[in-house]
Design a protein around this ligand. Structure first.
Ligand code: GLA
Length: 366
């Protein structure tokens, strides 16, 4: 018999916005995410059976209900895969579970590039950890969340989002070396504030358009490594850029993004730690360089996101802006003057509307 806690358990996990370090995590590189106010919450009651009954307060499909038996998880390419994936992976890793009823509510918008799936995986695993006394520390929990995506959902994502959901908060960014899981918290310099705008163009890690999707980019990085005879792109620094000349043009551009992006994360962290005068301007410049690299070399941006970034950087109260998250839609993160984020956000939305675009962006943070 499993040693479960019969009482109802409440848990939650936050979404994240990545400040810089995009598509570096599955290349052994560096990332710098920070928690956002939007969270996913779980209310879970263990049951004396093998049945799992889920009620999502956000999903319209099947009235947000999904039910299955532990051990009979089957991927269906819909929202419940993240839940079935959690119980399937926990069982595969030897953790003993029993059935439960869970009600899930989230204000992390799906498809916004703010890590709604990791917030769901981590909040559910936190509840199961407490309910069934699972011996899982926060890093192991994040790693299992990644396995859910890789092995059950079919998205070959890196570890950033689950580490952020498990370990980050809103106070300071989580500077993570994805090669060895070493992390530290680094605060933003004084005089600035973050603004996040969801473009309204939905992003997907698992099932994007052919050729223009997350898994393709990952394969292109693997191809670069095979041709350069290296283990991971993290093995190369800026001084190695000339070596990329031997690669086919597209693969060269992908590798160049990853190598320069890793350098930008390290530069950003140094600037944040030193916090000298001019830090925010320098950080803003790195944001925009990261955007250009994602747009031109990694080609993960879309016209709506490019327009939002260009409108942002024209604003006198903005230091820099970039696409954040997996791309092909999603959100931008903007570094503004302190106390100005809300007003900047409204000005960007207004200017975007005047250009007659079809998507409907929204300000998410602050
Ligand atoms: C998604 C993935 C992350 C990371 C980012 C891009 O959010 O889940 O692992 O690769 O895209 O930086």
């Amino acid at each position: 018999m499993i040693n479960s806690t019969p009482k109802t358990i409440f848990s939650s996990a936050a979404g994240r916005v990545n400040l810089i370090g995009e598509h570096t995590d599955y290349n052994g590189g560096f990332v710098l995410p920070i928690g956002i106010p939007q969270r996913t919450s779980v209310r879970l009651t263990p049951q004396n059976s093998r049945q799992v009954r889920i009620k999502s307060l956000n999903m319209k499909v099947d009235d947000g209900h999904f039910e299955y038996e532990l051990g009979k998880e089957r991927a269906t390419k819909h929202w419940a895969d993240y839940i079935q994936g959690v119980t399937a992976i926990l069982a595969k890793e030897g953790f003993l579970l029993q059935g439960f009823d869970a009600e899930i509510q989230s204000d992390v918008p799906m498809g916004s590039g703010l890590s709604s799936s990791a917030a769901l995986e981590v909040s559910l695993m936190r509840a199961l950890r407490e309910a069934f006394n699972l011996k899982l520390d926060d890093v192991s929990l994040a790693r299992l969340g990644q396995k859910v995506e890789n092995d059950f959902v079919g998205a070959r994502v890196g570890i950033m989002d689950q580490m952020a959901a498990s370990l980050a908060d809103q106070e300071a960014a989580l500077f993570l070396d994805t090669r060895n899981f070493v992390y530290e918290r680094v605060a933003l310099p004084k005089g600035c504030e973050l603004l996040v705008i969801n473009s309204g163009v939905s992003h997907q890690n698992a099932h994007g358009a052919p050729g223009a999707n997350y898994n393709t980019r990952r394969s292109e990085c693997e191809s670069a490594c095979a041709q350069l005879k290296i283990h991971e792109l993290r093995d190369l620094g800026l001084e190695d850029l000339p070596k990329l000349d031997t690669l086919p043009e597209v693969i060269k551009r992908r590798a160049r993004h990853v190598i320069t992006e890793n350098a930008r994360v390290l530069a950003a962290v140094e600037i944040m730690k030193e916090a000298k005068p001019g830090a925010v301007e320098k950080l803003g410049k790195l944001f925009y360089e990261s955007h250009v690299s994602q747009r031109d070399d990694y080609t993960v941006s879309v016209p709506e996101i490019d327009l939002l970034v260009e409108l942002a950087i024209k604003d006198a109260d903005v230091f820099g802006a970039r696409l954040t998250g997996g791309g092909f839609g999603g959100s931008i993160v903007v570094l503004t003057k302190e106390g100005k984020a809300e007003a900047v956000g409204q000005r960007i939305l207004q200017a975007y509307k005047l250009q007659g675009n079809k998507s409907h962006p929204t300000v998410l943070v602050p």
